[in-house]
Design a protein around this ligand. Structure first.
Ligand SMILES: Cc1ncc(COP(=O)(O)O)c(C=O)c1O
Length: 389
């Protein structure tokens, strides 16, 4: 199993904290946004005398609630088209294990959410990365580029929309191109849509479940972690109209007995979260993103495209190796006893030597902390021995 690029700096951060340095954690997608009141209340109100298993696919009332959530988005699914999982993480595992056999290949635009590597390895699946470029904001590669990678072993394409770590939001036109490709080559299209609600600048998020003619190909991975800022609730789901995939995923679901009971209670209650919550959260992320992008691009030698979704950016820095730089930030640098922790981007690529001068920054802290973080990065780059200017 590959080590998590997001967590491998933790020992250095722990040492810095022991040394009395304050760290701004921009390295993981743990938002500081409050979870919805309705969910916390539902957990408080739990009065059963036994915390029981639920149905392996998730409690029927929650699945019916989730089906309504999708129907309200114009996605025509019913509760038999989904399985509640232990986070989006388990939905990814179920999807990979259900759709691909050991030795099969999956094409994934990179940089991609680093755990796709680990999940693929544990399913015996080979990742074929297709490189996207910071110069065009990490847009979808051409269909010809995809076709070059397709072999008899290729069974699926996996996209993350909007993307972690790029924040890239796919257009309808890009998704239509992918549709034609997967239909032509009879592939599964797996879409990780856990950041669905985080689409900015008036842009709409298009779900692959909305694309006509993809019922057998489309599998959606979803999660409550980011939507409701409830990462610890550990509830997600797998959604598809392909009954064979649901039937297979159910065998995995039965093997692990049931998704967490308290998580489902919180998840079901969260379906009643008022729209005002999402409007406020979205406005907050947009203002954080704008502050971060402006601040980063003002630093000499830093390039950072402005993404339209999720809450991550990939920034290219004027350094030769971000692994060394991010460790240096924790071990050897501080500005008034404060420093930042960001994720070296190489771990989000599986092509060797890609992204080595890039970092991923999660704008999960408030604007004051973000501004301080930008100032720290600016000061650090001015004195970093390995800087390239
Ligand atoms: C793109 C993406 N997919 C899936 C997950 C897994 O989320 P969880 O298991 O918390 O639902 C994450 C978590 O950060 C993510 O960023």
């Amino acid at each position: 199993m590959p080590e998590s690029p997001i967590r491998k700096l933790v020992p250095f951060a722990e040492q810095a904290m022991k040394d009395g340095i304050y760290i701004y954690h921009l390295n993981i997608g743990q938002p500081d946004i409050l979870s919805p009141e309705v969910s916390l209340q539902a957990i408080n109100d739990f009065s059963d005398k036994v915390v029981e298993y639920s149905h392996s696919a998730g409690s029927e009332s929650y699945r019916k609630g989730l089906a309504s959530y999708y129907q309200n988005l114009g996605i025509n699914v019913d509760y038999n088209n989904l399985i509640v999982t232990t986070g989006g993480s388990e939905a990814l595992l179920f999807a990979l294990n259900s759709c691909l056999d050991a030795g099969d290949e999956i094409i994934i635009p990179e940089p991609f959410y680093a755990n796709y590597n680990g999940f693929s390895i544990s399913a015996g699946v080979k990742v074929k990365p297709i490189v996207t470029d910071i110069k065009d904001g990490f847009a979808l590669p051409t269909i010809e580029d995809f076709e070059k990678l397709i072999t008899p072993n290729t069974k699926a394409i996996l996209i993350c929309n909007p993307g972690n770590p790029t924040g890239y939001l796919y257009s309808k036109e890009e998704l239509d191109r992918l549709k034609n490709l997967v239909v032509k080559h009879d592939l599964f299209l797996l879409a990780d849509e856990v950041y669905r609600e985080f689409a900015y600048d008036g842009e709409e998020h298009y779900s692959i479940l909305n694309i006509k003619g993809l019922d057998r190909n489309a599998i959606v991975i979803d999660s409550t972690s980011k939507r409701y800022s409830m990462c610890g609730i550990r509830i997600g789901c797998l959604v598809t109209k392909n009954k064979d995939v649901i039937d297979t995923a159910m065998k995995f679901a039965q093997a692990r007995l049931s998704p967490p009971t308290f998580g489902q209670i919180a998840g079901e209650a969260a379906l009643n979260t008022p729209q005002s919550y999402f409007d406020e959260v979205s406005a907050e992320y947009v203002s954080r993103r704008d502050l971060l992008i402006e601040g980063l691009n003002k630093i000499e030698g830093v390039i950072c495209p402005k993404p339209k979704g999720a809450f991550y950016v990939i920034a290219q820095l004027p350094i030769d190796n971000a692994d060394i730089f991010t460790r240096w930030l924790l071990e050897d640098f501080d500005l008034n006893r404060e420093t930042i922790m960001v994720a070296p981007a190489a771990g989000f690529y599986s092509t060797p030597n890609k992204g080595i001068n890039q970092v991923r920054i999660a704008y999960v802290l408030n604007k004051e902390s973000l501004q301080k973080s930008i100032d720290i990065l600016d000061a650090a780059l001015k004195v970093y021995p390995g800087r390239l200017f």
